[in-house]
Design a protein around this ligand. Structure first.
Ligand SMILES: Cc1cc2nc3c(=O)[nH]c(=O)nc-3n(C[C@H](O)[C@H](O)[C@H](O)COP(=O)(O)OP(=O)(O)OC[C@H]3O[C@@H](n4cnc5c(N)ncnc54)[C@H](O)[C@@H]3O)c2cc1C
Length: 417
């Protein structure tokens, strides 16, 4: 793998940039692997990378039914943060943010991490009280957070109507300075390139169609659109299709799949220097490096596998933008799209063991798993390699739905669901 650095850029420039090696290989599937990962989103790719890098396992295949990063990883609004309430969530999401902070250097790939800060807006006196408690909880968990007045918020978002007569008056908010955005494709591609360089076989256009079960209840192999492949251990990170793949392995998951939509506008001059989120209206917004406003909203109100936008969500989300930032009312929309996200009752992920002894899972990140990609991959790799959950992952087992030890992060998960 040719390293990406100024010297190599200069050297390749002398030959018209034609000497770079492909970022990752396109191997034919081998008949047998030590570990097989299903799903080529960020979580699957990160799992493959950490298995090879941290645990020294090199005989790994990653199966992706389409193209890597083509699921939610390449469709999300790129926000990274660790502003959660409970200590278990703070541990996992801040671990992820810390991995993100060193990721570009580690992968030798510019993931364009921009820690520009994220502001949660508060629109009522009662929510302000909630925000105080939230900031207190975050600080107690060792995570940076500070309350803000409407005037302080206005400095970051000059177009925001913070007057008390506004449709959604702003009573204040709170800021996590270390939150921000990262380039989603780059995260997928960076992990893919680094994993491939360590010998991982990344097999695209390869759909898992069934599991080959042994007599002892373990999985012996998989049936795919590119033939049968055997392995000793299996990891799945297929987000919105988790219940489908679990069904193929013979068990049910407490996961429901919804479309989550996002929008981008035409490029503008800088109008906001942070990420803003308004829980009351279910709308959030940041500005991309190209100048487009990247806007997100809540889940569709019905279950679906249809990866597309629709008119009701345009009205809800863009109406909220125009209400809160009237100066943006005439900005033109460029694109609208959707991904299929995996929602769990307590809005927390499911990590680790499944009812099938050699199949391990990473799912349930719902609307907020981009920020968790480094941690999700690291923790699934740990479980696959050692057979035990990492201590950070231990509270997030599937068994919490029978023990009742839920971690209810519905409020912090970003948007209402
Ligand atoms: C519009 C939108 C906005 C979002 N915004 C944010 C945000 O700002 N911040 C944040 O943290 N999170 C956000 N999210 C959530 C985040 O994108 C997801 O939680 C995260 O990308 C999940 O990553 P993943 O690798 O688990 O899943 P995915 O990226 O969806 O990857 C799963 C892969 O599995 C593959 N697959 C499925 N079935 C099979 C099969 N049978 N065989 C082989 N491959 C299969 C799929 O093709 C897919 O590529 C958003 C999501 C959406 C849709």
């Amino acid at each position: 793998m040719t390293r990406y650095n100024a010297w190599n850029l200069f050297k390749q420039g002398l030959s018209g940039q034609r000497g770079w090696s492909p970022a990752w290989g396109s191997p034919e599937p081998k008949p047998r692997y030590d570990v097989l990962i299903i799903g080529g989103g960020g979580h699957g790719l990160a799992t493959a990378y950490y298995l090879a890098k941290v645990h020294g396992i090199r005989n790994i295949a990653l199966l992706e039914k389409g193209w890597i990063g083509g699921g939610n990883t390449g469709r999300n609004t790129t926000i990274v943060r660790s502003n959660y309430y409970y200590p278990q969530s703070a541990a996992i999401y801040d671990f992820s943010l810390r991995l993100y902070e060193g990721l570009a250097r580690e992968l030798n790939y510019n993931i364009m991490l921009s820690q520009r800060g994220i502001i949660n807006l508060v629109h009522t006196r009662h929510d302000l009280e909630g925000a105080r408690r939230w900031v207190g909880a975050m600080n107690a968990n060792g995570i940076d957070a500070e309350l803000m007045t409407p005037e302080q918020i206005k400095v970051h978002i000059p177009l925001l109507d913070v007057t008390r007569s506004a449709r959604y008056p702003v009573w204040g908010g709170f800021l996590q300075r270390r939150g921000g955005t990262a380039r989603h494709d780059a995260v997928a591609w960076g992990y893919a390139r680094a994993a491939s360089a360590l010998g991982v076989d990344i097999i695209q256009n390869c759909e898992l169609r069934g599991f080959l079960m042994g007599n002892n209840g373990q999985i012996e192999g998989v049936d795919t659109s590119r033939g049968r492949i055997q392995a000793e251990r299996f990891g799945m990170a297929v987000a919105g299709h988790s219940s489908v793949v679990a069904g193929l392995a013979g068990f049910r998951l407490p996961v429901t799949s919804y479309a989550l939509q996002a929008f981008v506008t035409e490029p503008l001059k800088p109008v906001i220097d942070c990420v803003m989120i308004s829980f009351a209206t279910g709308m959030y917004l940041s500005q991309s490096d190209k100048g487009g406003l990247v806007i997100g909203g809540g889940l569709d109100h019905y279950l679906s596998y249809a990866q597309r936008g629709n008119m009701p969500m345009i009205r809800n989300v863009l109406g909220a933008v125009a209400d809160q930032m009237p100066g943006l009312g005439r900005v033109r929309l460029l694109r609208q799209w959707a991904g299929i996200v995996d929602v769990v009752h307590d809005s927390s992920p499911i990590l680790g063991e499944t009812p099938v002894p050699n199949l391990y899972i990473n799912c349930g990140w719902g609307t907020g798993g981009f920020k968790a990609i480094p941690a999700g991959g690291y923790l699934l790799a740990h479980h696959l390699a050692t057979g035990r959950p990492h201590e950070i992952a231990a509270p997030f087992t599937l068994s919490r739905f029978t023990s009742g030890a839920l971690i209810d992060e519905a409020a912090a998960s970003g948007i209402p669901h």
